[in-house]
Design a protein around this ligand. Structure first.
Ligand SMILES: Cc1cc2nc3c(=O)[nH]c(=O)nc-3n(C[C@H](O)[C@H](O)[C@H](O)COP(=O)(O)OP(=O)(O)OC[C@H]3O[C@@H](n4cnc5c(N)ncnc54)[C@H](O)[C@@H]3O)c2cc1C
Length: 528
């Protein structure tokens, strides 16, 4: 089919196919950046059933950047402790998620109720007159040329067909992405043979707070107290067990019995899933980009499937805005896959490794694992690595849109900037991102010589970025807007990276951190 762009019923900057959690988040990010967006969703109402259950500090920071962080966090539960137990129920590893602090403003493990999150994101889209959601609209086909994409979609209630023209199309249409298939992009990787039964529900009366990986070769399971009174139990199916048999209420009761009195459980959803660990051969085709499950899937052992899609959205939204506004060349968009794919692949590998640990099926192997894990944790460094959750993949880009082209050992470029609390000049204490907004930002030391501060100001103005001077606690005022570094962490960061000025990208990755004399180099790299 050829869609004539002259005949499109509507024209926008960005069309999004699919309003699942990744599509809805992307919409909010684009909306807050002023990008005209139409999102097409085939279903009339949000999914309504919980699938994703946990997220992390990076996810919370991304939600914060949409202005919906507090609203979303209100219905989340911070998980402070996770444990791995063996066949006998004896713990062989524990992760102290409540005290782990990677510096990004939040602790690293949170449980949420997906329907609540999707509800808030959908409502949040209503804040932007330039963002439109069309539900009951199924994307049918697309045509692209050098200038953009024309999408044909069907309104499922009336059967009417419409077209929309956009500069870019973002496929957020999930693991079975029709857009990806239409472009002939293949997925590769591996499917996990063992299906899992995921049971969600609530519990009558008091219930223990827990987050437990049951690494019992007879029946690997995951049991956790979630947000808003929700629980999650996941059980691996054993050879010969069928979906029908596992989803039966009496089977579910039997499976729950070792963990809780099943009569107190109100099951809201019980469904068998098979998890895949797949990656699309390419995440971009001309003016079409794949995000979230459309681009990659992974088993849920680290709770990183949705979070990875959120990182995609956070990485791409501001790049699209800058290109659409004519502030950056279209080549900036090539850095989306360049930056994100290696991170996703690393997270997938980690999920698979954790899966191996979790899913040992042989009793003797599982017993040996428990012993080795306990023994290893007598070594303080290993104990810290496990208990401090240091095995989680750090957010970092080896290559991409950075001064010097990416992260070199010990360099700040390509790393995720810290987010400590700061005090505003009004006296109010906020997390750093709330002080710097959602565009580029330039931070400099407040006590720098005035010529340096002036140079940093020149850079910020040329970039259209907010400039903030970082004062150490109790320092005197500065002639540029300042924040007080009440924890001392920003000052330490500047010292550790031997720099006076840092430029943060809108997604809060460090574009460049330099001594004042290297500011011209930074400006060159930014093209301003
Ligand atoms: C049991 C289970 C547990 C999980 N636990 C976690 C976890 O704890 N943490 C985590 O981070 N992840 C977890 N995940 C993964 C997570 O659920 C997914 O990664 C996430 O839902 C992907 O979001 P998405 O928006 O990319 O895709 P989806 O949620 O699949 O949304 C795609 C949307 O596109 C729409 N759509 C599809 N085709 C069209 C079309 N042609 N036209 C218009 N609309 C269309 C669909 O209706 C849907 O609304 C879990 C998954 C499962 C199954």
């Amino acid at each position: 089919m050829v869609c004539d762009k002259q005949q499109a019923d509507m024209e926008v900057d960005v069309i999004i196919s699919g309003c699942g959690p990744v599509g809805a988040l992307t919409c909010n990010l684009l909306g807050s950046l002023g990008v005209r967006t139409l999102v097409l969703e085939q279903d009339l109402a949000p999914h309504g059933q919980p699938r994703a259950f946990s997220c992390d500090d990076e996810a919370l920071r991304i939600y914060q950047s949409t202005g919906l962080g507090a609203e979303l966090q209100k219905d989340m539960r911070e998980n402070r402790f996770a444990e791995y137990v063996g066949e006998t129920g004896k713990r062989f590893a524990e992760v102290h998620t409540g005290s782990a602090d990677f510096g990004f403003g939040y602790s690293p493990l949170w449980f949420f109720h997906q329907p609540k999150v999707e509800g808030v994101l959908r409502e949040g889209m209503g804040r932007f007159p330039h963002v439109k959601l069309q539900v009951g609209a199924s994307v049918e086909s697309l045509e692209q040329d050098a200038a953009g994409v024309t999408v044909r979609y069907q309104l499922l209630q009336t059967g009417e067909t419409r077209t929309v023209r956009g500069r870019y199309l973002l496929a957020c249409d999930g693991a079975r992405s029709g857009v990806r298939k239409a472009l002939g992009i293949k997925m590769s990787g591996r499917a996990y043979g063992e299906p899992w039964l995921a049971v969600s529900g609530s519990v009558e009366g008091d219930a223990p707070e827990l987050c437990r990986f049951v690494c019992d070769p007879k029946r690997p399971a995951f049991v956790a107290t979630g947000a808003v009174g929700q629980f999650r139990w996941e059980f691996m199916l054993m050879p010969g067990e069928t979906r029908e048999e596992m989803e039966r209420p009496e089977t579910i009761k039997k499976l729950l019995a070792p963990y809780i009195d099943p009569e107190r459980v109100h099951v809201e959803r019980a469904q068998v899933y098979t998890f895949h660990c797949l990656n699309a051969a390419r995440w971009r085709d001309g003016n079409v980009f794949l995000l979230g499950d459309a681009a990659h899937t992974m088993p849920p052992f680290m709770g990183q499937g949705l979070v990875s899609g959120m990182r995609d959205a956070s990485n791409l939204a501001w790049k699209i805005q800058r290109v659409v506004r004519g502030l950056a060349p279209a080549s900036l968009l090539d850095t989306y896959e360049e930056e994100r794919r290696p991170h996703v692949e690393a997270v997938q590998k980690l999920c698979v490794r954790v899966g191996h640990l979790f899913l040992a099926r042989n009793r003797w192997v599982a017993g040996a694992r428990d012993m080795v894990m306990r023994a290893l944790q007598r070594i303080p460094r290993v104990r810290r690595f496990i208990q401090g959750f240091e095995f989680k993949q750090p957010p970092m880009h080896e290559r991409g849109y950075y001064l010097g082209g990416g992260h070199a050992p010990e360099s700040a470029e390509g790393t995720y900037f810290i987010q400590p609390k700061v005090r505003l000049q009004s006296g109010k204490e906020v997390l750093l991102d709330d002080a710097i907004g959602n565009d580029f930002a330039v931070l400099c030391r407040a006590n720098a010589p005035s010529a340096q501060v002036a140079a940093a100001r020149g850079l910020a103005e040329a970039l259209g970025a907010r400039l903030l001077a970082v004062q150490s606690s109790g320092a005197d005022g500065s002639d540029v807007p300042a924040v007080e570094d009440i924890t001392g962490k920003l000052g330490d960061w500047f010292s550790r990276h031997d720099s006076d000025v840092v430029v943060l990208r809108p997604d809060r990755f460090v574009f460049g951190a330099v001594k004042a004399e290297r500011l011209p180099e930074l400006r060159d790299a930014l093209g301003v």
